[in-house]
Design a protein around this ligand. Structure first.
Ligand code: NDP
Length: 283
């Protein structure tokens, strides 16, 4: 009789539309490289099916799942517990199922931070975030919890920028300010890190957020959340001006690594994950 276990460890993602999400390819390449009998199942789950999908994951013995748009906030009422930063951010993109309980995490900002740490430690630094959506919110909170001194949020919708600034000051020792984005915005004097957290540049290598290129000074770290194409116009321009640059592929890969650390307690191979995405995006 064979002793082989034919049950794979099950993980996956719930979102809609889900067909364009390459995370499954990245995660399964890493599982395979690590010799893990694990699967990542990319599921198209409509909002009215989310509760059934979550219960189904537990019924089938999944160890956890990712939640992407539009479920990151709606999933919270289905969970038993939230990890610290997920509670502050108010959004969950990675759920661990442990002893039948659902524990919500947010790996968006943690993935960004892990990527950022390959070039600089945010502790004591001044950061400026362009954009105030879900990604910006997660990044601002993690920067503040990592000891950043000040976070400036620049956004067209001033109310959203203000809300993030409040979140930062109420939950950390960092100070924060909000600026309404009008015309070409400048990176504030004294900033160490500038981050494009808008959707400008997604799928368009020539699109450029309205940031004054003259304010991209030598020594500044310029990061972009846009994973595809990774070499955005902002990053190309920043490199020409002597800045250290960081693309959105690193954030995507590290988000997967942080998620796997939560679910499996082990670190997956970053190079394999990065290469899988780079091959898919043709870069
Ligand atoms: P949201 O829709 O929540 O937020 C979008 C933000 O972009 C808003 O602040 C919006 O401003 C701003 N914005 C959009 N168009 C413009 C414009 N023309 N000029 C200035 N600001 C603009 O999206 P998310 O925060 O969820 O995602 C943002 C980007 O981050 C996406 O492209 C996504 O692909 C990427 N992302 C990357 C990840 C990675 O792992 N690399 C992970 C998560 C997200 P306003 O509020 O004024 O409308």
């Amino acid at each position: 009789m064979t002793k082989r276990n034919f049950n794979a460890i099950l993980t996956g993602s719930f979102s809609t539309p889900s067909g364009g999400n390459p995370t499954v390819a990245m995660m399964e390449a890493a599982y395979q490289e690590a010799g893990m009998n694990a699967r990542f199942i990319n599921c198209d789950v409509k909002p009215d099916g989310l509760a059934d999908a979550v219960r189904g994951a537990r019924a089938m013995g999944w160890i956890g799942f990712n939640c992407s748009l539009p479920h990151k906030v709606a999933v919270i009422e289905l969970l038993d517990e939230l990890a610290d930063s997920a509670a502050i951010i108010g959004a969950v993109n990675c759920v661990q199922i442990k002893d039948g309980r659902f524990i919500g995490n947010n790996t968006d900002g943690k993935g960004f931070l892990a990527s950022l740490r390959t070039v600089t430690d945010p502790k004591g630094k001044r950061a400026v975030l362009f954009g105030a959506g879900g990604a910006a919110r997660a990044i601002a909170v993690e920067l503040a919890l990592a000891g950043a001194e000040h976070v400036t949020i620049v956004n067209r919708n001033h109310g959203k920028a203000n809300a993030i600034a409040r979140l930062v000051t109420e939950n950390s020792d960092a100070s924060a300010s909000a600026i309404r984005w009008e015309g070409d915005a400048a990176v504030p004097e004294g900033a160490d890190i500038a981050i494009n957290a808008t959707s400008v540049g997604l799928g368009d290598a020539e699109a450029m957020p309205a940031i004054d290129p003259a304010s991209l000074h030598d020594g500044l770290v310029v990061a972009d959340v846009i994973p595809n194409p990774p070499q955005t116009r902002l990053l190309r321009m920043a490199r020409e001006r002597g800045c250290t640059t960081l693309d959105g592929l690193g954030m995507l890969v590290n988000q997967g690594i942080v998620g796997a650390q939560i679910l499996f307690g082990r670190t997956l191979d970053e190079k394999v994950m990065h290469k899988t995405l780079a091959d898919i995006f043709g870069v």
